[in-house]
Design a binder for this molecule. Structure first.
Ligand SMILES: Nc1ncnc2c1ncn2[C@@H]1O[C@H](COP(=O)(O)OP(=O)(O)OP(=O)(O)O)[C@@H](O)[C@H]1O
Length: 224
Protein backbone atom coordinates (compact mmCIF):
# COMPACT_ATOMS: atom_id res chain seq x y z
CA UNK A 1 0.00 0.00 0.00
CA UNK A 2 2.78 2.40 0.98
CA UNK A 3 6.24 1.99 -0.42
CA UNK A 4 9.39 4.07 -0.01
CA UNK A 5 12.34 3.36 -2.31
CA UNK A 6 15.64 5.02 -1.42
CA UNK A 7 13.91 8.16 -0.18
CA UNK A 8 16.10 11.02 0.98
CA UNK A 9 14.92 14.39 2.24
CA UNK A 10 17.36 17.23 2.75
CA UNK A 11 16.32 20.53 4.34
CA UNK A 12 18.30 23.71 3.99
CA UNK A 13 18.28 24.95 7.57
CA UNK A 14 19.94 28.05 9.04
CA UNK A 15 22.99 25.94 9.92
CA UNK A 16 23.21 24.38 6.46
CA UNK A 17 21.83 21.16 5.10
CA UNK A 18 19.96 18.71 7.35
CA UNK A 19 19.47 15.17 6.05
CA UNK A 20 16.11 14.34 7.66
CA UNK A 21 15.55 11.11 5.68
CA UNK A 22 18.60 9.19 4.56
CA UNK A 23 18.01 6.59 1.83
CA UNK A 24 14.89 5.13 3.44
CA UNK A 25 13.30 2.02 1.88
CA UNK A 26 10.38 0.19 3.45
CA UNK A 27 6.82 -0.86 2.78
CA UNK A 28 3.54 -1.11 4.67
CA UNK A 29 1.24 -3.73 3.21
CA UNK A 30 -2.55 -3.79 3.36
CA UNK A 31 -3.71 -5.24 6.66
CA UNK A 32 -0.49 -4.26 8.39
CA UNK A 33 0.47 -1.81 11.11
CA UNK A 34 4.08 -0.67 11.17
CA UNK A 35 5.48 1.26 14.13
CA UNK A 36 8.50 3.52 13.69
CA UNK A 37 10.27 4.43 16.90
CA UNK A 38 13.04 6.90 17.31
CA UNK A 39 14.32 9.81 19.38
CA UNK A 40 13.33 13.43 18.87
CA UNK A 41 14.74 14.91 15.69
CA UNK A 42 15.50 11.58 13.99
CA UNK A 43 13.09 12.29 11.11
CA UNK A 44 9.79 10.70 12.13
CA UNK A 45 7.57 13.68 11.24
CA UNK A 46 9.42 14.11 7.96
CA UNK A 47 8.75 10.44 7.20
CA UNK A 48 5.01 10.86 7.87
CA UNK A 49 4.67 14.09 5.90
CA UNK A 50 6.47 12.50 2.96
CA UNK A 51 4.21 9.43 3.19
CA UNK A 52 1.22 11.76 3.47
CA UNK A 53 1.95 13.36 0.09
CA UNK A 54 2.67 16.66 1.86
CA UNK A 55 6.46 16.86 1.50
CA UNK A 56 8.28 16.08 -1.72
CA UNK A 57 11.41 13.97 -1.23
CA UNK A 58 14.72 15.27 -2.48
CA UNK A 59 15.48 11.85 -3.98
CA UNK A 60 13.82 8.46 -4.27
CA UNK A 61 10.29 7.27 -4.94
CA UNK A 62 7.13 7.08 -2.86
CA UNK A 63 4.24 4.90 -3.96
CA UNK A 64 0.73 4.83 -2.49
CA UNK A 65 -1.46 2.05 -3.82
CA UNK A 66 0.81 1.89 -6.86
CA UNK A 67 0.70 5.63 -7.60
CA UNK A 68 3.61 8.05 -7.15
CA UNK A 69 1.88 11.11 -5.65
CA UNK A 70 4.82 13.37 -6.41
CA UNK A 71 4.63 12.54 -10.12
CA UNK A 72 1.02 13.87 -10.19
CA UNK A 73 -0.34 17.38 -10.42
CA UNK A 74 -1.11 19.12 -7.09
CA UNK A 75 -4.85 18.62 -7.59
CA UNK A 76 -4.50 14.90 -8.32
CA UNK A 77 -2.19 14.63 -5.34
CA UNK A 78 -4.83 16.29 -3.12
CA UNK A 79 -7.50 13.98 -4.49
CA UNK A 80 -5.34 10.91 -3.77
CA UNK A 81 -4.69 12.21 -0.25
CA UNK A 82 -8.39 12.87 0.42
CA UNK A 83 -9.54 9.50 -0.87
CA UNK A 84 -6.77 7.32 0.51
CA UNK A 85 -5.11 8.75 3.62
CA UNK A 86 -6.31 9.54 7.13
CA UNK A 87 -4.14 11.52 9.55
CA UNK A 88 -4.03 11.34 13.35
CA UNK A 89 -1.77 13.77 15.20
CA UNK A 90 -0.65 14.24 18.78
CA UNK A 91 -2.23 17.71 18.67
CA UNK A 92 -5.66 16.82 17.42
CA UNK A 93 -6.12 19.69 14.93
CA UNK A 94 -9.87 19.90 15.42
CA UNK A 95 -11.62 23.01 14.13
CA UNK A 96 -12.46 24.90 17.33
CA UNK A 97 -15.72 26.51 16.20
CA UNK A 98 -17.26 23.39 14.67
CA UNK A 99 -19.15 20.77 16.66
CA UNK A 100 -17.80 17.27 17.17
CA UNK A 101 -20.20 15.98 14.52
CA UNK A 102 -19.15 18.66 12.04
CA UNK A 103 -15.46 18.02 12.72
CA UNK A 104 -15.92 14.33 11.93
CA UNK A 105 -17.80 15.13 8.71
CA UNK A 106 -15.24 17.72 7.67
CA UNK A 107 -12.91 15.70 5.42
CA UNK A 108 -15.37 14.92 2.65
CA UNK A 109 -18.52 16.92 3.05
CA UNK A 110 -19.00 17.09 -0.71
CA UNK A 111 -18.09 13.49 -1.49
CA UNK A 112 -20.40 11.99 1.10
CA UNK A 113 -23.01 14.72 1.30
CA UNK A 114 -26.07 12.48 1.49
CA UNK A 115 -25.02 10.10 4.18
CA UNK A 116 -22.32 12.20 5.85
CA UNK A 117 -24.21 12.84 9.07
CA UNK A 118 -25.25 9.20 9.41
CA UNK A 119 -21.72 7.97 8.85
CA UNK A 120 -20.32 10.56 11.28
CA UNK A 121 -22.88 9.52 13.89
CA UNK A 122 -21.92 5.86 13.45
CA UNK A 123 -18.28 6.77 14.01
CA UNK A 124 -19.15 8.84 17.08
CA UNK A 125 -21.01 5.84 18.48
CA UNK A 126 -18.02 3.61 17.76
CA UNK A 127 -15.82 5.93 19.84
CA UNK A 128 -18.37 6.48 22.61
CA UNK A 129 -18.98 10.11 21.68
CA UNK A 130 -22.71 10.20 20.82
CA UNK A 131 -23.45 12.44 23.77
CA UNK A 132 -20.78 14.92 22.62
CA UNK A 133 -21.96 15.33 19.00
CA UNK A 134 -23.04 18.94 19.42
CA UNK A 135 -20.27 20.11 21.72
CA UNK A 136 -17.28 22.06 20.42
CA UNK A 137 -13.75 20.71 21.02
CA UNK A 138 -13.03 23.08 23.93
CA UNK A 139 -15.84 21.36 25.87
CA UNK A 140 -14.24 17.92 25.48
CA UNK A 141 -11.68 16.07 27.55
CA UNK A 142 -8.32 15.45 25.93
CA UNK A 143 -9.21 11.79 25.35
CA UNK A 144 -12.53 12.77 23.73
CA UNK A 145 -10.68 15.16 21.41
CA UNK A 146 -8.35 12.43 20.23
CA UNK A 147 -11.26 10.02 19.76
CA UNK A 148 -12.97 12.71 17.67
CA UNK A 149 -9.79 13.04 15.61
CA UNK A 150 -9.75 9.26 15.11
CA UNK A 151 -13.38 9.32 13.95
CA UNK A 152 -12.54 12.12 11.52
CA UNK A 153 -9.51 10.21 10.19
CA UNK A 154 -11.72 7.18 9.48
CA UNK A 155 -14.60 9.16 7.99
CA UNK A 156 -13.47 9.01 4.35
CA UNK A 157 -12.81 5.26 4.53
CA UNK A 158 -9.07 5.70 4.00
CA UNK A 159 -6.80 2.83 3.04
CA UNK A 160 -3.80 4.22 4.91
CA UNK A 161 -3.71 5.83 8.36
CA UNK A 162 -0.70 7.95 9.30
CA UNK A 163 -0.42 8.51 13.03
CA UNK A 164 2.06 10.91 14.66
CA UNK A 165 2.34 10.20 18.41
CA UNK A 166 -1.43 9.69 18.62
CA UNK A 167 -1.28 8.62 22.26
CA UNK A 168 1.30 11.20 23.33
CA UNK A 169 -1.15 13.37 25.27
CA UNK A 170 -3.45 10.63 26.51
CA UNK A 171 -3.90 8.64 29.71
CA UNK A 172 -3.54 4.89 29.40
CA UNK A 173 -7.27 4.28 29.01
CA UNK A 174 -7.71 6.69 26.11
CA UNK A 175 -4.35 5.68 24.63
CA UNK A 176 -5.59 2.09 24.69
CA UNK A 177 -8.80 3.07 22.85
CA UNK A 178 -6.80 4.79 20.10
CA UNK A 179 -4.32 1.91 19.70
CA UNK A 180 -7.17 -0.59 19.65
CA UNK A 181 -8.85 1.38 16.87
CA UNK A 182 -5.60 1.48 14.87
CA UNK A 183 -5.14 -2.28 15.31
CA UNK A 184 -8.75 -2.90 14.29
CA UNK A 185 -8.31 -0.75 11.18
CA UNK A 186 -5.31 -2.89 10.16
CA UNK A 187 -7.15 -6.12 11.02
CA UNK A 188 -9.90 -5.02 8.61
CA UNK A 189 -7.37 -4.68 5.80
CA UNK A 190 -6.14 -1.10 6.23
CA UNK A 191 -2.51 0.01 6.49
CA UNK A 192 -1.20 1.95 9.49
CA UNK A 193 2.10 3.79 9.87
CA UNK A 194 2.52 4.95 13.47
CA UNK A 195 5.50 6.97 14.65
CA UNK A 196 6.37 7.41 18.29
CA UNK A 197 9.32 8.26 20.47
CA UNK A 198 8.06 6.21 23.38
CA UNK A 199 7.49 2.53 23.97
CA UNK A 200 3.71 2.71 23.64
CA UNK A 201 2.05 -0.43 24.90
CA UNK A 202 -0.79 -2.10 23.07
CA UNK A 203 0.64 -2.04 19.59
CA UNK A 204 -0.09 -5.77 19.33
CA UNK A 205 1.88 -7.68 16.75
CA UNK A 206 2.85 -4.58 14.77
CA UNK A 207 6.20 -4.69 13.00
CA UNK A 208 8.54 -2.20 14.63
CA UNK A 209 11.26 -0.28 12.84
CA UNK A 210 13.85 1.93 14.47
CA UNK A 211 14.76 5.33 13.07
CA UNK A 212 18.23 6.69 13.74
CA UNK A 213 19.50 9.93 12.21
CA UNK A 214 17.11 9.76 9.26
CA UNK A 215 17.80 6.08 8.52
CA UNK A 216 15.46 3.16 9.13
CA UNK A 217 16.60 -0.17 10.52
CA UNK A 218 14.64 -3.24 11.46
CA UNK A 219 14.42 -3.75 15.20
CA UNK A 220 14.51 -7.54 15.11
CA UNK A 221 16.54 -8.24 12.01
CA UNK A 222 13.38 -8.75 9.96
CA UNK A 223 12.22 -7.18 6.77
CA UNK A 224 12.01 -3.40 6.30
N1 LIG B 1 11.42 22.64 7.49
C1 LIG B 1 12.61 22.29 7.99
N2 LIG B 1 13.72 23.03 7.75
C2 LIG B 1 14.92 22.66 8.23
N3 LIG B 1 15.13 21.57 8.99
C3 LIG B 1 14.06 20.80 9.29
C4 LIG B 1 12.74 21.13 8.82
N4 LIG B 1 11.89 20.17 9.28
C5 LIG B 1 12.62 19.31 10.00
N5 LIG B 1 13.93 19.68 10.02
C6 LIG B 1 15.03 18.96 10.67
O1 LIG B 1 15.00 17.62 10.21
C7 LIG B 1 15.33 16.72 11.27
C8 LIG B 1 14.19 15.74 11.44
O2 LIG B 1 13.04 16.44 11.95
P1 LIG B 1 11.66 15.72 12.28
O3 LIG B 1 10.71 16.77 12.73
O4 LIG B 1 11.27 14.87 11.14
O5 LIG B 1 12.07 14.80 13.52
P2 LIG B 1 11.14 13.98 14.55
O6 LIG B 1 11.78 12.66 14.72
O7 LIG B 1 9.74 14.02 14.08
O8 LIG B 1 11.27 14.84 15.88
P3 LIG B 1 10.20 15.00 17.09
O9 LIG B 1 10.02 13.63 17.69
O10 LIG B 1 10.89 15.94 18.01
O11 LIG B 1 8.95 15.56 16.49
C9 LIG B 1 15.59 17.58 12.50
O12 LIG B 1 16.99 17.80 12.58
C10 LIG B 1 14.87 18.87 12.17
O13 LIG B 1 15.48 19.97 12.82
Amino acid sequence: MLKFENVTKVFNGPQGEVVALNDVSFAVESGEMVVVRGPSGCGKSTLLLTAGTLLRPTQGAVSIGGTDPYASTPSLRSALRASTIGFVFQQFHLVPYLSVLENVMLPSVVQFADDAALRAQDLLARFGLEHRAHHVPAQLSVGERQRTAMARALFSRPKLLLADEPTGNLDSENGGIVLKALNAFAAEGGSVLLVTHDSAKGIGSARTLQMINGGLVSQNGGQL
